[in-house]
Design a protein around this ligand. Structure first.
Ligand SMILES: Cc1ncc(COP(=O)(O)O)c(C=O)c1O
Length: 397
């Protein structure tokens, strides 16, 4: 049972606040802050940091939990060729700037996103164990055609759990083919004349309303998605305890929210620098609106005065961060305020320049989305001697 940022206690096993969409406020269920606790004997993040996972606390059976993580990880390896392991983190010199780079490109499904979906699957397995024997597995649902959809489909395939992926009609055929290969049901969602907003997200919300499990990477739809995402922050806190700032690319915002929370739990006070491209920067706009409204408390109460879809149509080579709303804007803003961080808006040419510079300095096959945090660092005037980290979150396919 979690409490929403609006103060309401969510009933039973709810994934999201029941007040969402009813009163104009922002609603995201919040995970409690655990004590820092690491099992040094394991390099599997969901075993190593399990005592900080909400799913572990809810399972209330350490032996069962470790065993079940192992089974699921093996099944993921059966689908993907490998399971989860603490990802590499090393220093590099990029365009004369020294920087710590955490590399997620070799993670399950080629990005950090599977951390969110593996974490959600653990919650489902814990709940299934508690449920009456023989009850049906509810269908999973996600709206995406990028890294999040593939990460969701890989984890669902590992457990042979039925999943529907809602994708726009113009989704890349290669991505759709991969989703079908993973046995996901793919629903193409055409735009409907007169219907506002993203049609795939609308169809997804209808499916969730009809009983599907929101199996995505956005806090307002499923607050528990932050649970697995935090493992990235836990790793960084252990691997780079001396960093004083971290540049994190922001699309929907769950990545930055998770990393900031994981770092804080791990005792780091690194400033969160939230990076967006100039062609889609609703978080930077929300940051200014929040200040104008007198602070985050009031901004949360008046969501539509702070966050609304970006216009004109978002554009950047970093296609993975083109969410027209930063769904987790409040958690990211809270983390920036707590760490003396701020948003950084990157001029578009820097997005590709940083990607090329990052690739040639490290040999990592990172995508422009994956290196967008680096673009933030390279165009920011951080003081000399600053000890910065970035996350290479996704591989170029
Ligand atoms: C590789 C990669 N990095 C970063 C992000 C941004 O994550 P979030 O949407 O949680 O802000 C995405 C989102 O699609 C992504 O695919």
């Amino acid at each position: 049972m979690l409490t929403c940022s609006c103060g309401a206690v969510a009933p039973g096993d709810a994934w999201a606040c029941t007040q969402r969409g009813r009163d104009g406020q922002d609603h995201v269920l919040r995970l409690p802050r655990p004590e820092w606790s690491v099992d040094d004997s394991s390099r599997q993040p969901f075993v190593r940091y399990r005592r900080m996972l909400r799913s572990w606390a809810e399972a209330d059976d350490d032996e069962w939990f470790v065993d079940r993580v192992g089974q699921l990880d093996e099944a993921v390896a059966g689908v993907e060729g490998h399971g989860f392991e603490v990802t590499p983190c090393a220093g590099a010199l990029v365009s004369d700037r020294s920087v710590t780079i955490k590399d997620e490109t070799g993670n399950v499904s080629g990005s950090h996103k599977a951390r969110h979906t593996f974490g959600l699957m653990l919650h489902l397995l814990v709940r299934e164990r508690r449920a009456t024997a023989g009850s049906d597995r509810p269908r999973l649902a996600i709206a995406s055609c990028g890294n999040a959809a593939v990460a969701a489909a890989v984890v669902a395939a590992a457990e042979q759990w039925p999943i529907t992926v809602y994708v726009p009609e113009d989704a890349e055929p290669a991505a759709v083919a991969r989703l079908r290969e993973l046995a996901a049901t793919v629903e193409l969602c055409p735009r409907i004349e007169g219907e506002p907003g993203d049609p795939s997200y609308r169809r997804f919300r209808e499916a969730v309303g009809a009983g599907a499990v929101p199996f995505g990477c956005q806090g307002p739809d499923n607050g528990y998605t932050i649970d697995g995402g935090r493992t990235l922050g836990y790793e960084l806190a252990e691997q780079a305890p001396g960093i004083d700032r971290v540049y994190v690319q922001v699309g929907g915002g769950a990545l930055a929210a998770s990393v900031a929370q994981g770092l804080a739990i791990g005792g780091s006070s690194a400033a969160l620098m939230a990076v967006q491209a100039e062609g889609c920067a609703p978080l930077a706009r929300a940051w200014e609106r929040t200040a104008a409204l007198g602070g985050l408390h009031e901004a949360r109460r008046q969501r539509s005065a702070v966050m609304w879809p970006w216009t004109p149509t978002p554009f950047s080579a970093a296609t993975g961060i083109l969410d027209d709303e930063t769904y987790d804007w409040a958690a990211v803003t809270e983390a920036m305020l707590a760490t003396d961080g701020r948003p950084v808006v990157v001029p578009e040419p820097m997005v590709t320049e940083a990607c090329e510079a990052g690739r040639s300095a490290t040999g990592i096959n990172v995508s422009p989305t994956g290196s967008a945090g680096l673009a933030g660092l390279l165009c920011d005037d951080a003081p000399t001697g600053a000890n910065a980290a970035v996350l290479f979150t996704g591989a170029q396919r």
